[in-house]
Write a protein that binds this ligand. Structure first.
Ligand SMILES: Nc1ncnc2c1ncn2[C@@H]1O[C@H](COP(=O)(O)OP(=O)(O)OP(=O)(O)O)[C@@H](O)[C@H]1O
Length: 313
């Protein structure tokens, strides 16, 4: 395990497709021992960046080191140190789940005994033992996602890249994914994960890198985002429940320019800053709406995401 430097160090990375500048000078550091989230709207450049980091797409300019190795000069060493789970990946459908993992253990040149032990460990970790003998094509989407993550971990990588890993997973699998990623970070692995499911990232990630139009536009620790205060230009959606929903709706309708969506026994309102939310709560209490819940949806990360994309909507 490399303990100095960072798992990923990218500087001024550019990549163009025809007339589209997908990456316009990305600087990114992914430290060991942490989960870093890569968050941005559709088309921001996340997948393009992940492909560059995974040595699968050559950048036009800039410098990228993964686990201390240059992606252009030393792609073999990068791949040896890197676990990669793309958002859509091929499966060798007629192999069984166990054969599939054993194939990758061979590809990473693990000796037979170590490979078999590792495959069994991963089948257990991802609750796939009872499917070990089944062909991959009969697995459900969520089971395939779990197998894909197991595949990425076969060679015990020190840097892990995951593009939308939670899509298709049920709540239990997602909770397990969270525990597995936290466990890998605790073991010193540098994890970079992209996702649109912001509430989940808040539980998984230590820090978030916001990307938009091919550039990094913000970096925050989760602790910073949790503490976004009234002086921060970030507005989020708030979920309100009240024992008198009729009074709640009356107050919301009486406030000019407020965007509200009714929900069972309450409403979602926003985007609102913390200051505006505090004013609204005071008005609801004064009107005796009997408020039992008033909370931000998605928390600080959603607020930061909405602030980043607000100008475009
Ligand atoms: N092979 C390609 N050929 C042409 N344009 C491409 C190619 N790959 C990506 N692009 C363009 O580059 C930009 C960034 O795309 P990218 O897939 O990296 O975004 P993303 O952030 O992963 O988006 P999403 O959240 O929708 O997956 C987009 O404008 C996209 O159309």
């Amino acid at each position: 395990m490399i303990v100095t430097g960072a798992g990923i160090e990218a500087a001024a990375v550019t990549r163009r497709f025809g007339s589209v500048d997908a990456l316009r000078g990305v600087d990114l550091t992914v430290p060991y021992g942490q989960v870093t989230a890569l968050v941005g709207p559709n088309g921001a450049g996340k997948t393009t960046l992940m492909l560059v980091l995974a040595t699968l797409l050559a950048p036009d300019g800039g410098r990228v080191r993964v686990a201390g190795h240059d992606v252009a000069a030393d792609p073999g060493r990068v791949r040896g140190a890197l676990g990669w789970m793309p958002d859509a990946f091929g499966m060798y459908d007629h192999l069984t789940a166990r054969e599939y993992l054993a194939f990758f253990a061979d590809a990473y040149l693990l000796d037979r005994a170590t490979g078999q032990k590792r495959v069994t460990e991963l089948l257990t970790l991802f609750r796939l033992e009872e499917h070990a003998g089944q062909p991959v094509h009969v697995l459900s989407r969520g089971q395939k996602q779990r197998l894909g993550l197991a595949r990425a971990l076969v060679h015990s990588p020190t840097v892990l890249l995951l593009d939308e890993p939670a899509s298709g997973m049920d709540p239990r699998s997602r909770a397990e994914l969270r525990d597995i990623l936290r466990g890998l970070a605790a073991d010193g692995v540098a994890v970079l994960v992209s996702s649109h499911i912001l509430t989940e990232l808040e539980e998984i990630a230590d820090r978030v890198v916001l990307i938009n139009h091919g550039r990094v536009v913000g970096e925050h620790t989760m602790a910073e985002l949790a503490g976004l205060g009234p002086d921060v230009d970030a507005r989020g959606t708030w979920r309100i429940r009240a024992l008198r929903p009729d009074v709640l709706i009356e107050v919301l309708e009486g406030r000019d320019g407020l965007s509200a969506r009714p929900m069972p026994a309450g409403a979602e309102v926003g985007p609102l800053s913390e200051d505006e939310a505090a004013d609204l709560l005071a008005a609801l209490v004064a009107a005796e709406a009997r408020v039992v819940a008033f909370e931000p949806v998605g928390g600080g990360l959603e607020a930061a995401f909405l602030a980043m994309t607000r100008e475009e909507r």
